[in-house]
Design a protein around this ligand. Structure first.
Ligand SMILES: Nc1ncnc2c1ncn2[C@@H]1O[C@H](COP(=O)(O)OP(=O)(O)O)[C@@H](O)[C@H]1O
Ligand SMILES: [Mg+2]
Length: 235
């Protein structure tokens, strides 16, 4: 996937519904788009469909109806090779996703860059920068499953951010964090935003988005119940 220039659509949902068999309707008739470089917050109560929406973007789940396009590619028609290439451009921070519980914090983050063939020196510098930013430097050589939930969550974020991906998906990134640590995570998001990353963040923590100029979609029982800024206010 090439870098998508700003002001072009990078994610598009067209009348998407997701039904988990036999009859759980997780998303209903959802249409929206995200421009490259934008930040989108997904909010709504537990069970509203936020995690399902993220899983559709990285093709961990398939829509039951409707179309999902990422970087101009219809995920229903994409070849396995192209899907793999696309996934390498997605930073994904879900609970436990691709994490190695018996490896060190350093290895967990470095691995994301090794599979992208980054040179060793660049890996060390980037990982140490991320550990410093997220106040995890003292945990560098600790085995992941010895960390607290909140620390593991920050390692997952660092891992997802390691390659400065064009798109980053984060599911409840601050769910186990206190306000001070939440601010560290927000600083990381700000850095990524400046580097041009499109951020999709599912959260029920209003601290993350209140007062922000970014798009906020609120889901309730799989439906979009509000979207800010309103279409008329969007550039
Ligand atoms: N793998 C699954 N199988 C069946 N039902 C699921 C599955 N994943 C989620 N659901 C259901 O889909 C709905 C939306 O869930 P989810 O996307 O996890 O919402 P949220 O992340 O907003 O809490 C819920 O009713 C949930 O129970
Ligand atoms: Mg969820």
């Amino acid at each position: 996937m090439e870098r998508i220039p700003p002001q072009t659509t990078i994610i598009e949902f067209g009348k998407v519904s997701k039904i988990y068999p036999p009859d759980v309707i997780a998303l209903r008739d959802l249409s929206f788009s995200v421009q490259a470089g934008e930040t989108l917050f997904l909010t709504g109560a537990s069970g509203a469909g936020k995690s399902t929406l993220l899983k559709l973007i990285c093709a961990l789940e398939r829509p039951s109806r409707g179309m999902v396009e990422v970087a101009g590619q219809d995920l229903a028609r994409i070849s396995p090779g192209r899907l793999q290439a696309l996934r390498q451009q997605l930073g994904v921070a879900y609970q436990d996703f691709k994490m190695l519980p018996r490896q060190t914090v350093f290895r967990n983050i470095a691995m994301a860059m090794e599979v992208a063939y980054a040179p060793q020196k660049a890996i060390r510098e980037r990982v140490d920068h991320l550990l410093d930013l997220l106040r995890l430097t003292s945990k560098r050589e600790v085995i992941l499953d010895k960390l607290s939930r909140g620390e593991q969550q920050r390692v997952a974020l660092a891992r997802a951010a390691a390659n400065s991906p064009p798109i980053l998906l984060a599911d409840e990134p601050t769910g186990n964090l206190d306000p001070a640590t939440t601010r560290l995570v927000m600083a990381l998001f700000e850095q990524l935003r400046r580097a041009g990353t499109t951020l999709i963040i599912a959260t029920h923590d209003p601290a993350l988005f209140s007062g922000s100029p970014h798009q906020i979609i609120e889901l309730a029982q799989g439906r979009m119940v509000s979207r800010r800024p309103a279409a008329s206010e969007r550039p």
